[in-house]
Write a protein that binds this ligand. Structure first.
Ligand code: DGL
Length: 271
């Protein structure tokens, strides 16, 4: 049994971009990843449903000896942080707060753009989180629902991606933002295309990277960082369904050749 584990959950494979950042920043930590692949996408579901699903994900992870939980899914992090924090006995890091902090620390003009799923943008969670940190910032938000299937299809670096990105992002460009938050697990893979559309004057904030920085900070403060050791750390991966092409898509997100996953039953597992 692993002790003092970091639990990470997402609606599916996208959260592996967050896991990857945690692995590279904190290579000696044991981790358990849960992707709710049977019920994704979360990004166009109602807030009530996403909150219920998120609580079940936490319920599953809580079977492990957790020291911290990362809500890797921007949509869940947008609409369920309050209930998750209420129920969780350990600290919870949500990508939305991490991304908002990164944006406020980066912007010079205080004109910030945020892109995400429909549910994330409708929740205004990024808007609120940025304003809590700096109420003089102006926030422009835009849902980009086609980005998720585009990335999962593997079309994140070609002309189709460019055309779709241009259609979604041109209005933000017109607003004169200097910082753009990539508020969805899948968007780090679209970075080159988004950079091409936005130009070098706009800084891209990767919520996945920002979340890993915050995880390290909290564990350091609490004296809970795992000591360096020779053997590789334990990394478990669970999903609620193994869809076609799962391995291929998951490996793209994680940037590794193979991933061993186990099936998890999580329905009804609320804490
Ligand atoms: N993981 C979701 C997010 O970051 C994207 C995929 C989905 O809609 O489930 O918002």
């Amino acid at each position: 049994m692993m002790e003092g584990v970091i639990g990470i959950f997402d609606s599916g494979v996208g959260g592996l971009t967050v896991a990857k950042e945690v692995f590279s920043r904190l290579p000696y930590e044991d981790t358990v990843y849960l992707g709710d692949t049977a019920r994704l996408p979360y990004g166009n579901k109602s807030e009530e449903t996403v909150r219920r699903f998120a609580l079940e994900c936490l319920g599953f992870l809580s079977r492990f000896d957790l020291k911290l939980v990362v809500v890797a899914c921007n949509t869940a992090s947008s609409v369920a942080m309050d209930v998750l924090q209420e129920k969780s006995p350990v600290p919870i890091v949500g990508v939305v707060n991490s991304g908002a902090l990164g944006a406020v620390e980066t912007t010079k003009t205080k004109q910030v753009g945020v892109i995400g799923t429909k549910t994330t943008i409708a929740s205004r969670a990024y808007f609120d989180a940025i304003h809590r940190l700096d109420d003089s910032a102006t926030v422009f938000e835009r849902a980009c629902p086609l980005f998720v299937p585009l990335v999962e299809e593997g079309w994140y670096a070609d002309e189709v991606a460019y055309l779709i990105a241009k259609r979604y992002l041109d209005p933000l460009l017109d607003r004169g933002i200097d910082t753009l938050v990539l508020g969805c697990t899948h968007y780090p893979l679209l970075k080159p295309v988004i950079r091409e559309v936005m130009g070098s004057g706009v800084k891209l904030i990767d919520s996945a990277y920002q979340a890993a920085v915050e995880v390290e900070q909290i564990l350091k403060e609490q004296g809970e960082l795992s000591p360096k050791r020779k053997e590789s750390s334990g990394r478990l991966f669970f999903v609620t369904d193994i869809p076609h092409d799962f391995n291929k898509v998951a490996c793209t997100f994680l940037d590794q050749e193979h991933i061993d996953v186990q099936l998890a039953e999580i329905e009804g597992l609320e804490l």
